[in-house]
Design a protein around this ligand. Structure first.
Ligand SMILES: *[C@@H]1O[C@H](CO)[C@@H](O)[C@H](O)[C@H]1NC(C)=O
Ligand SMILES: *[C@@H]1O[C@H](CO)[C@@H](O)[C@H](O)[C@H]1NC(C)=O
Ligand SMILES: *[C@@H]1O[C@H](CO)[C@@H](O)[C@H](O)[C@H]1NC(C)=O
Ligand SMILES: *[C@@H]1O[C@H](CO)[C@@H](O)[C@H](O)[C@H]1NC(C)=O
Ligand SMILES: [Ca+2]
Ligand SMILES: [Ca+2]
Length: 958
């Protein structure tokens, strides 16, 4: 077969329909028991997360029960006492899994990413660079960036165990130096060294040359669609690798049970899980246990952030007082409960200033910060509201709910498309709390002491209403005196597990009947209606018309109306409800509740070869084209998905899909044609474990964000790449249209105010495309781990059609410190008696980072629940002395020492009863050294040195 014929043969062969196969641990939905990248990643994340929660529980002096195997996201969050974090945890896991998995689609033939072709040191560099970036990003609380960089680094790490001969060399533990920058990973076969001999058919298990194995030399397989490779080298093997058809034939990969070395698949996969756990342990060490859980989306409260964007110009003092009031009342009533916000975010805006973004997990700190806000300045009437909103959208976790308070129009209306792009990308809901629309005078101090007053008319609020609608939020208009009353919606937004059952907007209003199914998992059923003079009838599942004004004996618990905003709280009655809207005034209708059943979704592009899989579409899908949607169901233990419909946001259009595949809580739906109207995603399904299929067992959930298709495609450089501050970076992009030609407006913005340049327009032929470049420069002193979000938008002539690319970059300062801090024991005294409660032990340790080190950044206690103190050694910034005192009932402690760039050392100490008399002897002998520092612990978790001292009954292990 000629090369070309072979190539087309292979392309056909790989056109198998699955969630993506090859060229590594195979991806998803192949049920032969093989483990793929996603499963390996998930197992390790669950494993390490549960360890972190155990350590935290021990530190708090609590008992901890390991959930039963196999671990699931649900069982882990339950063990972590964070049962409401399922959605955010699953979301983080899927983001990490996805970035891992798309490495095969985005870099299929780059051997570095897959540890192919003996590019093992290059693979190591990708892993360690990624790891450094993950640590830096975590340090700046850029968890979204951290998760996606982590996913990519893990791919290369896991491939090492499938693609190299590490397993064939009979190693039974991971190659730990693979995750340490510049460390020796072993001897790699040089270019001319032969590594394999030919093997035939089924028996390929012994094709690696004897001398390679004997001399412990590392190699990995060649992979290409073309049948060529250096002579004597091993191949990856299995389709679509064509190098394995050439001498030496056969391959060595362990991607699955049916692979060339499939008999070693299980060993390779288990080592990959262990190596992934080891890398996650390192990330955990650098971040600290609490921050690690934050990164994973786990918090003991509601898992939802409380986010405010607040106008602080002269006329806003009433509004700011309302923000202070609602913040205080939420913090006072929810801290310590399962509805406690997971974090707090505030972005003030004024004119011309806006920001900075303030983010904390400490409610006290947030209260203090909010209370320091005051209303002043602002000059003319409009303010920088969209600039503030842009900062909030890039700085809050995805799927958050933001509340923006203002009494003025936007001065930066040009950011509308940018803000819309960010809303679509992050699936964040934005609510606007607008005062001063009708009736109440606005007075403000301007710098020249001149009084200005102006009110907004309804049309002034159109921009805010559009953005609210696109995001699934409300534009609430009230007087300044009513604002406090309207803030009840904010309290509900932090409700754990909030889901949307139905949402619709009509402008102009339209007489229309809506129905929604309420399933048995729903609590706190609530209807929000925004609009002036909106009449409606509500009919419960029993067919009874509800009187909203007289709630006795009805399904309505309460009805509250303030400004243009009405809230109905309902008894949760299962079945189909009906609401008949009877008005021609514009309105927005939203039905929400609490439920453990929810969903995540992503449009994906099916890549049909040479490497198969589903690559997420990060912007608007192509209008009129087909598309696929991957749905991840939260609560898949109690429910299953059956259908997905795209429903017109402001009309009655609908597009149905067919379900194409499912497995592991994920569902694939295909649409023949993406509609041209703006739409929301409506998911329907059924509860499982139920005997009947009655109508009441059906559930429905809707996306908050409205999405739309475009005739344009914008493709730009790679997201989550690392940049050096101070160096200009060019980001190439291309714009393609499937519609008319002409001059397309380009706009590029970033959320950090960095210098940026870009062509103001590009000229495209009908159906054509054009290229451009954005240049962006960060100041040289930008801290490592800072991320910038760059939005590039292209708008077709006429302005109606826009598409965008949203890219994130991470800035990293060069790193020269690759060594972790070290611990030196100064003293250890254990007066432990038989009754551990009656006695304590004490430890004093000096931690230093070497002469060329960046210095000790932190030392924290893990597992022990004693008292811990640390102080810098005067005159020696590189040294920290820590002391630790604990009850003898808490005999173990780990000190986690981290330097300024995130190198981690874990030093373990323990006082436990002696097991053998031989050890007791050693203990006595060592006792004389207690007062002089003698031994420092050096732990790489696996190795532990037995060292003994002190008192006849105890042994100290480090
Ligand atoms: C689970 O993680 C721990 C560290 O947190 C590690 O020691 C252990 O090997 C991991 N287990 C597996 C099966 O990889
Ligand atoms: C918030 O406002 C209400 C009503 O005016 C008042 O009763 C309450 O004390 C205020 N709470 C705080 C924390 O300021
Ligand atoms: C809405 O439903 C009512 C019955 O509940 C019916 O009389 C009315 O015609 C319906 N309206 C529309 C627009 O379908
Ligand atoms: C939700 O409903 C429960 C009772 O089912 C109630 O105790 C709780 O206060 C409600 N929460 C909110 C935010 O309304
Ligand atoms: Ca102004
Ligand atoms: Ca160091």
């Amino acid at each position: 077969m000629s090369g070309l014929a072979l190539l087309s043969f292979l392309l056909l062969q790989t056109g198998v329909s699955s969630f993506g196969t090859y060229p590594s641990f195979i991806n998803n939905l192949i049920f032969d028991g093989s483990l793929n990248h996603q499963e390996i990643t998930e197992k390790a994340i669950l494993n390490v997360t549960v360890q972190v929660c155990r350590a935290l529980a021990l530190t708090e002096g609590k008992d901890f029960t390991f959930p039963s195997q196999p671990l699931t996201a649900e069982s882990v969050v339950a063990a972590c006492e964070a049962p409401k974090s399922s959605k955010t945890f699953v979301e983080t896991i899927s983001q990490i899994r996805q970035m891992n998995y798309v490495t095969d689609l985005r870099y299929p033939f780059d051997p570095h990413y897959h540890c192919d072709e003996e590019k093992l040191r290059e693979g190591q560099k990708l892993i360690t660079d990624g790891l450094a970036a993950v640590k830096a990003a975590n340090d700046q609380q850029n968890y979204v960036s951290a998760a996606s960089i982590l996913g990519r680094a893990l791919h290369t790490l896991q491939d090492f165990y499938s693609h190299s001969n590490w397993v064939e060399l009979r190693n039974t533990s991971p190659n730990s130096n693979l995750i340490r920058a510049n460390a020796d990973i072993g001897t790699i076969a040089n270019e001319s060294r032969k590594t394999c001999h030919s093997c035939n058919g089924d028996d390929c298990s012994n094709n690696i040359l004897e001398d390679i194995l004997k001399e412990n030399i590392l190699t990995s397989g060649y992979f290409s669609l073309l049948p060529s490779k250096p002579s004597g080298k091993c191949s990856h093997g299995n389709l679509p690798d064509a190098t394995s058809f050439r001498e030496p034939k056969g391959g060595i990969n362990k991607d699955k049970f049916s692979s060339s070395h499939g008999d070693l698949h299980e060993k390779a996969a288990n080592l990959a899980i262990a190596a992934t756990s080891e890398l996650l342990e390192d990330v955990r060490g650098a971040a600290g246990d609490k921050k690690f859980l934050e990164m994973m989306g786990i918090s003991r409260g509601s898992s939802k952030a409380l986010c405010f964007v607040v106008d602080t110009t002269g006329s806003m003092s009433n509004d700011i007082d309302a923000v202070k009031n609602v913040t205080s009342s939420i913090i006072d009533s929810k801290v310590g409960t399962e509805d406690e916000p997971s974090s707090y975010v505030l972005v003030p805006f004024n004119d011309p200033d806006f920001g900075p973004l303030m983010r904390t997990t400490d409610p006290k700190e947030f209260k203090t910060y909010i209370n320091s806000l005051s209303a002043e300045g602002g000059g003319d009437f409009p303010e920088m509201s969209l600039s503030g909103l842009q900062l909030a959208l890039t700085g809050t976790p995805p799927n958050s709910e933001i509340f923006l308070f203002t009494d003025a129009t936007a001065k930066d209306e040009y950011l509308k498309n940018t803000v819309t792009a960010l809303i679509e990308k992050t699936k964040t809901t934005v609510n606007f709390m607008i005062t001063n629309v009708l009736g109440f005078r606005r007075r403000r101090q301007v710098s020249n002491n001149q009084q200005q007053s102006r009110q907004m008319v309804r049309s002034d609020t159109q921009l805010y209403r559009d953005l609210a609608q696109a995001s699934g939020g409300q534009a609430i208009q009230v007087t300044k005196y009513q604002l406090l009353e309207a803030t009840s919606i904010i309290r509900e937004s932090t409700l754990s597990s909030l889901v949307i059952l139905l949402q619709a907007s009509r402008n102009p209003g339209k007489v229309e009947n809506f129905t929604f199914s309420v399933d048995k998992s729903i609590t706190n059923l609530t209807i929000y209606i925004t609009g002036t003079s909106v009449d409606f009838t509500l009919i419960n599942p029993s067919g009874v018309i509800q009187n909203v004004f007289n709630t006795t004996g009805s399904s309505v618990i309460s009805s509250q109306s303030v400004g243009n905003f009405q809230t109905l709280r309902l008894k949760t009655e299962m079945g189909v409800w009906k609401i008949g809207m009877m008005t021609t005034n514009p309105y927005n209708l939203k039905v929400v509740g609490g439920s453990p059943v929810n969903f995540l979704f992503n449009f994906v592009k099916e890549s049909s070869g040479p490497v198969e899989g589903f690559d997420p579409i990060d912007n608007r899908p192509t209008a009129g084209g087909n598309a696929s949607l991957i749905v991840t169901l939260i609560g898949s233990d109690i429910a299953t998905a059956t259908e997905v419909t795209l429903v017109e946001s402001s009309g009655s259009g609908q597009v149905k899909s067919t379900m194409a595949a499912q497995g592991g809580g994920q569902f694939l739906f295909r649409f023949d044609k993406i509609p041209s109207f703006e739409f929301v995603v409506l998911l329907k399904g059924q509860s499982i474990n139920s005997n009947s299929r009655a109508a009441s067992e059906i559930f429905q959930r809707q996306s908050s964000t409205s999405l739309r298709a475009s005739d344009l495609t914008v493709i730009a450089g790679k997201s989550d790449t690392f940049l050096k501050p101070g160096t200009p970076q060019s980001v190439p992009f291309s714009v393609t249209t499937s519609g008319v030609g002409g001059s397309f407006t380009i706009q590029a913005t970033n959320d950090q105010g960095f210098d940026i340049s870009f062509p103001p327009s590009l000229s495209l032929d009908a159906g054509g495309s054009a290229n451009g470049t954005v240049n962006i420069t960060a100041p040289p002193d930008t801290p490592s781990g800072t991320s910038v979000t760059l939005t590039i938008e292209a708008t077709a002539p006429g302005g109606a059609d826009t598409n965008y690319a949203v890219l994130r970059f991470i800035f990293l300062q060069p790193v020269t410190d690759f060594t972790q801090p070290s611990c030196q024991l100064l003293s250890l005294q254990a007066n432990c008696s038989d009754n551990c409660r009656l006695s304590v032990w004490e430890l004093s340790v000096q931690v230093s980072d070497g002469v060329n080190g960046t210095g000790v950044a932190s030392v924290n206690v893990r597992q022990g629940n004693g008292t811990f103190n640390s102080s810098s050694v005067i005159g020696s910034e590189n040294k920290t002395v820590v002391s630790y005192v604990a009850s003898c009932c808490s005999p173990d402690v780990q000190l986690v020492a981290v330097d300024q760039v995130g190198n981690v050392e874990v030093c373990s100490y323990s006082v436990r009863k002696i097991i053998t008399p031989t050890v007791a002897q050693a203990v006595t002998e060592a006792s004389s050294t207690v007062t002089t520092p003698t031994v420092s612990s050096s732990t790489r978790s696996v190795q532990s040195v037995l060292f003994c001292l002190g008192f006849s009954f105890f042994v100290f292990i480090c």
